[in-house]
Design a protein around this ligand. Structure first.
Ligand code: ATP
Ligand code: MG
Length: 278
């Protein structure tokens, strides 16, 4: 698998469409200063999607769109395609050629552009590029690509900085980052656990208070029921007393009525006797 050709359209100093064939034996791009040699490297990285646009010497991605130079008109999009020879099937796509295209278009949204990705002209996402290129160990932020000034920078580095680069290439830094990530995760989990412990203690205390409240409430209900029973008992016995009293009054009334009846009879008798005496 190798990079076979680059197609550029309105990318940086490359106005309109250009196709650069990287034929076998191709080793260098030469040209006067400022003629666009490094822009070709930027075009390759642009498609690979580095994390920062600084890597492709742009503050914003829209700076990559052909700005019209001194005389021409500003373009409103740019497109770069990398055409890889895939006859050895290093990339898991059953085609002899794999074309990765990135296209950006100026818009009025907050970024100022929209970004589109295509694999063999089919819409895709940057993650699809990344997972595809992983098979060829190509990474926009890795060291597959040595840019202008990189060699001087590496020569002038301290041994520690140089070792960091080697670790990065060997993949040790990936492990270090994984370890750091895992340690951070562990720390945050521990912090969460500490918070949960405090919360649990609070809840346990609250539970104790609630248990006491429940006991008091149960006792209250028990006493209330007892009070109701006692009140009902008192009311019942009062009613019984009243009924007895009423019975005894009734009996007395009956007795008096009897007596009245006798007395009336006696009066009538006496009245008869008196009549006879007259
Ligand atoms: P050197 O030999 O000095 O390294 P170079 O050949 O690598 O030069 P580049 O850095 O690739 O040159 O190209 C720089 C040129 O690209 C500059 O003339 C700059 O104006 C032009 N350029 C950069 N961005 C754009 C853009 N968006 N539109 C038009 N031209 C651009
Ligand atoms: Mg250059």
């Amino acid at each position: 698998m190798y990079l076979k050709a680059i197609e550029l359209e309105n990318f940086k100093s490359f106005a309109r469409k250009h196709r650069i064939e990287l034929k076998p034996g191709f080793t260098a791009i030469s040209g006067p200063n400022g003629s666009g040699k490094s822009n070709i490297g930027d075009a390759i990285l642009f498609v690979l999607g580095p994390k920062s646009s600084k890597v492709i010497r742009a503050n914003k991605l829209v700076d990559l769109i052909y700005d019209g130079g001194k005389t021409g008109r500003k373009a409103d999009y740019c497109r770069v395609s990398l055409i890889f020879d895939n006859s050895d099937r290093v990339l898991p796509i059953d085609e002899n050629e794999v074309k990765l295209t990135r296209y950006i278009k100026r818009t009025n949204n907050e970024n100022g552009y929209n970004s589109y990705f295509y694999i063999n002209d089919e819409p895709a996402r940057l993650q699809d590029f990344e997972s595809l290129l992983m098979h060829a160990k190509i990474d926009a932020d890795g060291y597959n690509f040595v840019k202008q000034g990189d060699v001087t920078r590496i020569v002038e580095m301290t041994p520690v900085e140089r070792r960091q680069i080697l670790e990065e290439i060997a993949g040790i830094s990936d492990f270090d980052r994984e370890i750091e990530k895992a340690e951070n995760k562990k720390k945050s989990v521990e912090e969460d656990m500490e918070k949960i412990k405090v919360l649990l203690e609070e809840l346990e205390n609250r539970l104790k208070v609630l248990e006491k409240d429940r006991e008091v409430a149960l006792r209250y209900r028990e006493l209330e029921d007892r009070l109701k029973e006692l009140k009902a008992g008192i009311a019942y016995s009062k009613m019984m007393n009243s009924r007895q009293q009423m019975d005894s009054y009734r009996r007395q009334v009956e007795k008096y009525e009897e007596k009245i009846k006798h007395l009336e009879e006696e009066v009538n008798e006496r009245k008869g006797e008196l009549e006879n005496v007259k």
